[in-house]
Design a protein around this ligand. Structure first.
Ligand code: FES
Ligand code: FES
Length: 231
């Protein structure tokens, strides 16, 4: 079957899609957007999080056909959507692979390397706070953080833990992720109150989804401190 949708502001078409294919497969394998990661394919890890018509979803649990006529925003579109997406992606080691890969690429971006000026403040905050190690979880965390900060511009630690409970990270121990979310929140609030600040004061994209990825399994409420204890 054919799937027509809008991805990061651009009309996209995928042909010969099997009825059982996931949106994640279509994005990664048919549309050339590898930013959303495939880790568990079971809705457990959040590494494939994208927006589907403004709702944060796990793309691995969304049938490709459900994206027909829909608007999809992936991590590649976070820096501005539309034309900005191309700029970010074209930056080579820039945003998507840089953020996802961390390491030297991430360092280059944090220091103003190619494409750095196009990173969304959430992306920049993750780099600067050292919240990226292997980077496999990072695209999902970026999208989930983006969604959280649209709903709550100044979230508490508990709120962050709750919002990101569906995004598993095996490397960072989560503290630096918390630091990154607070840093992004501070920057976004500062830019919102300063009209001369050209940075994006409110994350672009569709309307806030109002919660965790709908098709993902609901994360259980976690007591304080539990997040750091995850493997
Ligand atoms: S790959 Fe989709 S939730 Fe893990
Ligand atoms: S940085 Fe490796 S899984 Fe999160």
């Amino acid at each position: 079957m054919r799937v027509d949708c809008t991805v990061n502001g651009e009309p996209r078409v995928a042909d010969d899609v099997w009825e059982g294919e996931s949106l994640l497969y279509v994005l990664r394998e048919r549309l050339g957007l590898p930013g959303s990661k495939n880790a568990c394919e079971q809705g457990e890890c959040g590494s494939c999080s994208v927006y589907l018509d403004g709702t944060l979803v796990c793309a691995c649990l969304v049938a490709a056909g459900q994206a027909q006529g829909a608007e999809v925003v992936t991590v590649e579109g976070l820096a501005g959507g539309g034309a900005a997406v191309e700029g970010v992606a074209d930056g080579g080691p820039a945003a998507v692979e840089g953020v996802a890969g961390g390491g030297l690429a991430g360092e280059g971006l944090a220091r103003g390397g190619p494409g750095a000026d196009r990173l969304h403040p959430v992306q920049a905050a993750f780099l600067e706070a050292g919240a990226v190690q292997c980077g496999f979880c990072t695209p999902g965390l970026l999208i989930a953080t983006h969604d959280l900060l649209r709903r709550d511009p100044n979230p508490s630690d508990a709120r962050i833990r709750e919002a990101l409970a569906g995004n598993l990270c095996r490397c960072t121990g989560y503290q630096k992720i918390l630091d990154a979310v607070h840093l992004a929140a501070t920057r976004l609030q500062a830019s919102a109150s300063d009209p001369s600040d050209p940075s994006d004061p409110s994350p672009s994209g569709p309307a806030p989804s109002g919660g965790r990825p709908a098709p993902c399994r609901p994360a259980p409420a976690l007591p304080p401190g539990t997040l750091e204890d995850r493997p």
